[in-house]
Design a protein around this ligand. Structure first.
Ligand code: NAD
Ligand code: DAU
Length: 341
């Protein structure tokens, strides 16, 4: 198989490229990545060669996308602007990459009848109430996201991802593009940009900066190790039913305060040694995925079922790879300081 991976130099995309490289030796990979602030050639440098090529370019560049799509069997689409806090400062690149970019890829996939897998987020469904606010603390009321949940995005980032999902639906039904969609929960693991919650706190502690928790810290995210996400996307690409959406999650709900205190404890620090900072405007309360469809219909199951162990590995990775993030740390923190975060 010849596979195009958009955004394959970013966090999740590069982990997927490594996953396919290691587990499927018959697959040739072309990474199309603009190398924005979030893309890093170093993430895939060690495997570039005969089987993995990097094309530096924009998914909105129609002639380039056309030329690359003409020569592949399948496309897995990760490229996007991905960070909520950035979209609250300037949404315009999110419209460009997430909406126009997806449209440009779909047009080329349609022309060459390329199998297309669109990587999306659970945030398209908006948020859920905190369990503590539900009757009986939410036990047994089935209040997780499913593929039946209503699209209800609450942020500039998630609304552009919802728009991109809608484009995929339209191109599948009207033009017969052979597409699937996956909506995944929060990923953690190596190569995640240090603007994101978990790597920001780990690298704060390694840099002697106090960790920063937004608001009360009661907000819940459903954590999945990025390797489990990669395995799920491969499963959907190869076994998924055209036109279907699959939700990806590993039953990893944790509130932010608990995660931060776990990081501090695992790094040998006082678990209370952090600052509460300004909350994110419109901050989604809780995400939780019901992945029954993916588990039962396609037989996927996560391997990283113990969050604390996965987190420990992630801390070890950022500790051992300080050259990978150190040059950017001051600028990332300066940007947050401007927003009071
Ligand atoms: P990331 O920001 O780490 O990486 C995005 C990559 O896309 C970068 O390499 C960047 O250079 C590239 N890119 C951005 N705009 C581009 C353009 N116009 N043309 C070509 N390349 C471009 O993001 P991530 O966290 O790895 O997320 C990847 C995908 O997974 C996104 O679509 C995101 O919505 C989705 N997702 C992320 C999570 C998560 O927890 N991070 C969870 C579910 C879904
Ligand atoms: O749910 C999937 C989504 O997960 C993806 O679609 C997004 O691309 C990805 O960025 C992620 O979105 P979040 O906004 O949930 O991730 P983030 O790492 O920015 O924040 C996680 C939680 O931590 C969120 O509730 C905000 C909080 N937070 C974040 C930062 C950066 C803090 O408390 N302190 C911080 O410093």
């Amino acid at each position: 198989m010849k596979l195009m991976v958009t955004g394959g130099a970013g966090f999740i995309g590069s982990n997927f490229v490594h996953y396919v490289y290691e587990n499927h030796p018959d697959v040739q990979i072309v990474v199309l990545d603009k190398l924005t602030y979030a893309g890093n050639k170093a993430n895939i440098e060690s495997i570039l060669g005969d089987r993995v090529k990097l094309v530096v370019g924009d998914i909105c560049d129609a002639p380039l996308v056309d030329r690359l799509m003409a020569d592949v069997d399948a496309c897995v689409h990760y490229a996007a602007e991905s960070h909520n806090d950035n979209a609250l400062i300037d949404p315009s690149p999110f419209l460009h990459s997430n909406v126009v970019g997806t449209y440009t890829l779909l047009e080329a996939a349609r022309k060459y009848d390329v199998r297309f897998h669109h990587v999306s987020t659970d945030e398209v469904y908006g948020d859920l109430p905190l369990r503590e606010d539900l009757p009986g603390h939410g036990e047994g009321v089935g209040e997780k996201f499913t593929t039946e949940s209503r699209y209800n995005p609450s942020s500039p980032y998630s609304s552009t991802k919802a728009a991109s999902d809608m484009l995929v639906h339209g191109w599948t039904r009207s033009f017969g593009v052979r597409a699937t969609i996956s909506n995944c929960s929060n990923n953690y693991g190596p190569y995640q940009h240090i603007e994101k919650f978990i790597p920001r706190q780990i690298t704060n502690i390694l840099s002697g900066i106090r960790p920063k928790l937004y608001g009360t810290g009661k907000n819940v995210r459903d954590w999945i190790h990025t390797t489990d996400h990669s395995a799920a996307v491969w499963t959907i690409l190869t076994k998924g039913k055209i036109g279907e959406t699959y939700l990806i999650g590993a039953d990893g709900e944790q509130d932010n305060k608990t995660v931060l205190e776990m990081i501090l404890r695992l790094m040998g620090k006082d678990p209370q040694d952090y600052d509460h900072v300004k909350d994110r405007p419109g901050h989604d309360l809780r995400y939780a995925i019901d992945a029954t469809k993916l588990r039962t219909e396609l037989g996927w199951a996560p391997q990283y079922t113990d969050f604390e162990t996965g987190l420990k590995h992630t801390i070890d990775w950022y500790t051992a790879n300080q050259d990978w993030w150190q040059a950017e740390k001051a600028a990332v923190e300066a940007k947050y300081a401007k927003s009071g975060q």
